[in-house]
Design a protein around this ligand. Sequence first.
Ligand SMILES: [Zn+2]
Length: 337
Amino acid sequence: MAYNDRLAILRGMKAAERLHRDLGSRKAMDRSVRVDVFSAIARAGAILMFKSLDPLLGAFMREGDLMGVMLTVRRPIGQQRFTGAHELGHLIMGHEPHADDEGILRRAPMEGSYAQVPEQEREADAFASNFLLPKFLLAKLHDQQSWDRRNYENPHTLYQASLRFGASYRATIQAYERDGFLSSRQRRTLVGVMPRDLKAELVDGHDVGDWRDRDVWRLTERDEGSVIEANRKDLFVLKLKEHGGSGYLWTYEELERAGFLVLKDEAEAMYPERIGGPRRRYILGEASALENGSYTLRERRPWRADDGVNQVTVHFRHALGRENGQYAPQLDRLAAN
Ligand SMILES: [Zn+2]
């Protein structure tokens, strides 16, 4: 990699680290691994707008003291958030006003052709990667999920990580390569896998119809305390270890009452040769009508309301940012002034 490439990448990385420090992200994010990029844009002093742009993905504008970031609504949330982080990079680093297309998602800093990319673009790319997927969040998720090195060779790990970070599958893989979790050979293999095939595998033959704007979250005991920020049409696969032989079952009444729709509920023995051994419970559901809130699943004996061996609490909310118009929290603030 040429010296100039390295400097641009370093400047973008430093700017992202500085902004996380100013925002107090490490502390403020608590157990979440999802950077609030839209509120960071608003806090940086730019008006944030969502519009039906095509083929443009986003733009950064400046006129005198006035700054604005515009993002398309015609892309999945992960790509939209990455574009937002890229435009925020232009803003933070004092770049020229500029519009971005598909190119920002396709190019890879590790490839030779990257040297042709203009310098300010390389800086904004590095900023976006290090702001949305900073090293400290990669490490945090690694610990939360108790992953080991081998897990990163599995495309399912990268896909599930991308949902939790709120980044695209591809940007997530690049960040793991950037921080040495993956080799460039592994990266090339992984980007060749289609997220759509991973989703189909997760729903295990369930007829989904249209996959557009629809992700599949695999939740396990390791997601205890995590923040789930989902698209309206996303599906959820709960895979939980269950001690059915001793009468303990995972229950989800609280979720169902709040609007979670169960599409499939099965259990299979983890060790078929062992009678009364633990089972793997598989629950498939959708959350389009689920209210934002914190929900707890409990493994307990159905006839006893008070006991429980295990429980998982997740903090659920629907993702913002897919509607035309100004970023809603910013509008609310303007109206209140
Ligand atoms: Zn750009």
